[in-house]
Design a protein around this ligand. Structure first.
Ligand code: FES
Length: 381
């Protein structure tokens, strides 16, 4: 066993970090601007960024951290706003047993300050898509949230009205009902709904009373999406519905690279099945830690060489050496374990959180990254 060597320890003063310092770390302290009750179990939190710039792409998400019963809890929420909107917003549906969603439902109207990290997520429109590329949005329940952000961008920029298929239990469960109806009425969008429960209220030809199935999905897309073979599809919702949508569009001849899925429930990969060397390596980690001294918090910058066992990801290696790294999902989706990789070779096996640009900027997800040599150097912000 190789001992941890503390190569360098230096006290730096980061007390009272200002908004600019936090922004460099992708962290923000925002205040509430408005709470909008969308349905009987869904609300939108609109944030005021206090004029600090926040750059994101439609379809991305942020992590919100709240202290609930004395414990810090973090969750990822898709942005329902799009960058053209004046204020960023998230939309949260109350989930049975959901610690954070129930807390937000009850407490959000009284909360004034928010700890935010992000943006993360690569469920975004490809930058090389042409304006004439047909766009299809397939959603269910609160899965409409990132789709709504992407839809607003598509309505503004795409040459053809996008097609939306949106499944819910009943009409009252439709989130963003009014803006969607408005876009539809203005012929900026072809919207189709399926309702699995309740009484049939109207003969609206754009509503299916029951669930979408392969036949109805294909029939709607064939009729309303011109140049279907060139379309790109964005899918978000309950797992089974996402599979139904995905299989339907693939069976219509779309290639897998034309089908984009936002899935917050990705299974954790077993490292024994990965193609990785069966070797131990040493990794240099640069990070910050803090302690309270004479009633003041002092922050230390520390550089440490840690051993990494064969097939051990960098998050687990850091945790084994009591280095505190924010983390949540451990499946590559939440983005909270991101770090900068400045030297050596690292293999990142899954990434559902970082954009191409962030990866090009040397960002990695520690829970998904493995050292491939002894030169690896990591910086935690
Ligand atoms: S812990 Fe969520 S991406 Fe690593």
């Amino acid at each position: 066993m190789i001992a941890t060597i503390c190569l360098q320890e230096q006290v730096i003063n980061r007390n009272g970090e200002d908004d600019n310092t936090l922004a460099i770390m992708n962290k923000y302290k925002w205040i509430s601007k408005e709470i909008i009750f969308e349905t009987k179990d869904t609300l939108t939190i609109v944030f005021d960024t206090k004029d600090s710039p926040f750059t994101y792409k439609p379809g991305q998400f942020i992590n919100i951290t709240c202290t609930i019963n004395g414990k810090e809890v973090s969750r990822s929420y898709s942005l329902s706003s799009s960058p053209e909107d004046k204020y960023p917003s998230i939309t949260v549906k109350k989930v049975a047993g959901g610690i954070m969603s129930n807390y937000l439902w009850e407490q959000a109207p009284g909360l004034s300050e928010w700890a935010v990290e992000g943006p993360f997520g690569n469920f975004v429109r490809d930058t090389d898509l042409k304006k004439e590329t047909p766009l299809i949005f397939l959603g269910g329940g609160s899965g409409i949230t990132p789709l709504f952000s992407l839809l607003k961008e598509a309505v503004r920029e795409a040459m053809h009205p996008p097609v939306l298929l949106y499944a819910n239990k009943a009409p009252d469960n439709i989130i963003f009902k009014e803006p969607l109806a408005h876009m539809d009425a203005a012929e900026q969008l072809h919207a189709f709904y399926a309702f699995s429960e309740g009484d049939k209220p109207s003969d609206d030809k754009n509503c299916i009373w029951g669930r979408f199935n392969t036949l109805s999905i294909k029939s709607i897309l064939k009729r309303h999406c011109s140049n279907l073979e060139e379309a790109h599809c964005y899918i978000c919702g309950p797992k089974e519905l996402m599979t139904l949508y995905k299989d339907a569009v693939l069976s219509m001849g779309l290639r897998p690279d034309q089908v984009h899925l936002e899935d917050f429930q990705v299974a954790i990969t077993d490292p024994s099945v990965l193609d990785l060397p069966d070797e131990s390596f040493e990794v240099l980690i640069n990070y910050y830690d803090s302690m309270v001294k004479e009633d003041a918090e002092q922050v230390y910058e520390i550089t440490t060489l840690i051993p990494v066992a064969p097939r051990q990801n960098l998050l687990n290696a850091a945790k084994a050496h009591r280095i505190r790294v924010p983390h949540s999902c451990e499946s590559g989706t939440c983005g909270s374990c991101w770090a900068r990789h400045t030297k050596g070779t690292v293999k990142m096996v899954n990434n559902f959180a970082l954009t191409k640009e962030q990866v090009a900027d040397s960002m990695i997800l520690l829970c998904q990254s493995y050292a491939l040599d002894d030169q690896v150097t990591i910086e935690l912000d």
